[in-house]
Design a protein around this ligand. Structure first.
Ligand SMILES: Cc1cc2nc3c(=O)[nH]c(=O)nc-3n(C[C@H](O)[C@H](O)[C@H](O)COP(=O)(O)O)c2cc1C
Length: 312
């Protein structure tokens, strides 16, 4: 059982310390542990070139074409049975560094829906297709540490990362006012418990269940919702549409059960999403062949160029 912990905090700071506390708990449960501070890596942001998707859709393995440390950490992520993330809260949300990794490790090339379709295409064409480790069942837990009580978006950001690879979220805690967390025995004990819970989940991944604070969304335990223009309430993480009601001070999220197969956390929901994208891209490809599209693209490309700092 391999558990990989990834911290996005300062070197030897609060996030490093608390994720190590959780790792101690996981190790006690017999886990082989590894720790990475993301600040130590050279990770570039995803450029959106979709070379990974093109590769997957033509029987390739979907590897990213950017040359940096991503391949190194991706191998470790793909090998792991359990992942543990610790992030400092920045602007109420997960920090940019986490998002840089998320775009690379959770984009279409790592999505179970994309890879399921890619595997079928590759088998038909007799090509290698995606890395089989992309289908490995995995458990994940999150620790977020804030210096204040401005922490409202972070849980949603973290849980969204679990969606692509259909990782099972086991536990999560957002610590507010916690720049002194190492001295807070209850918080330290809670971090160790998160590590223990994650390791226990990895031992029996088929039956692993979320053991953290129950959320408002019964599908993904999210507590973050988006109120759209139609008056629908949408769970930010699993995308389920429904309504929020309040009874005796207790909030509930209700939805049409028939829509469950469309939840973004399900394989059927992912395949539907892929199909929607395919239809949309097919239309776009036809549009891109027209002279009017080419003329409009040229107009914007020629209008002004991006400024860049002087380079030696
Ligand atoms: C750019 C920046 C933005 C921050 N924004 C928030 C915030 O919105 N809410 C919050 O609770 N703490 C905020 N903080 C405090 C950090 O969450 C805190 O410094 C961090 O948890 C320390 O972790 P570390 O010791 O592992 O580096 C911010 C800090 C920085 C540097």
């Amino acid at each position: 059982m391999k558990i990989l912990a990834i911290s996005c905090g300062t070197i030897n700071g609060n996030n490093d310390a608390m994720v190590k506390e959780a790792l101690m708990g996981a190790q006690e449960q017999g886990a082989e542990i590894e720790f990475i501070n993301l600040n130590r890596l050279n990770l570039k942001p995803c450029t959106g070139c979709i070379a990974c998707v093109t590769s997957l859709m033509t029987g390739g393995n979907g590897d990213c074409v950017i040359k940096d440390d991503f391949k190194w950490i991706d191998d470790k992520i793909l090998d792991a049975d359990g992942l543990l993330f610790a992030v400092p809260v920045f602007e109420k949300a997960a920090p940019g560094l986490f998002n840089v990794l998320q775009d690379r490790m959770c984009g279409p090339a790592h999505d179970t829906g994309t890879n399921t379709v890619a595997k079928q295409l590759a088998e038909k064409a007799g090509k290698p297709g995606p890395d089989p480790r992309k289908f490995k069942k995995k458990a994940v837990a999150y620790i977020a540490i804030g210096g204040s009580d401005w922490t409202t978006k972070v849980s949603s950001d973290l849980n969204s990362a679990a969606m692509s690879g259909m990782w099972k979220v086991i536990d999560e805690e957002v610590f507010q006012w916690s720049k002194g967390i190492m001295m807070d025995d209850a918080a330290v004990a809670r971090c160790r418990e998160i590590g223990v819970n994650l390791a226990k989940a990895c031992k029996d991944i088929e039956n692993a269940k979320y053991v953290g604070l129950p959320g408002i969304c019964s599908i993904c335990n999210s507590r973050n919702f988006y109120f759209d223009k139609r008056g629908m309430v949408i769970c930010e993480v699993c995308g389920m549409e429904g309504a929020i009601a309040c009874d005796d001070g207790k909030y509930t999220f209700t939805f049409d059960e028939a829509l469950l197969p469309l939840a973004h956390t399900t394989l059927s929901g992912k395949i539907k999403h892929m199909d929607d994208i395919y239809q949309n891209e097919s239309k776009l490809m036809d549009t891109q062949k027209t002279p009017e599209y080419r003329a409009r693209r040229k107009k914007y490309a020629d209008f002004i160029q991006s400024s860049v700092p002087p380079r030696d």
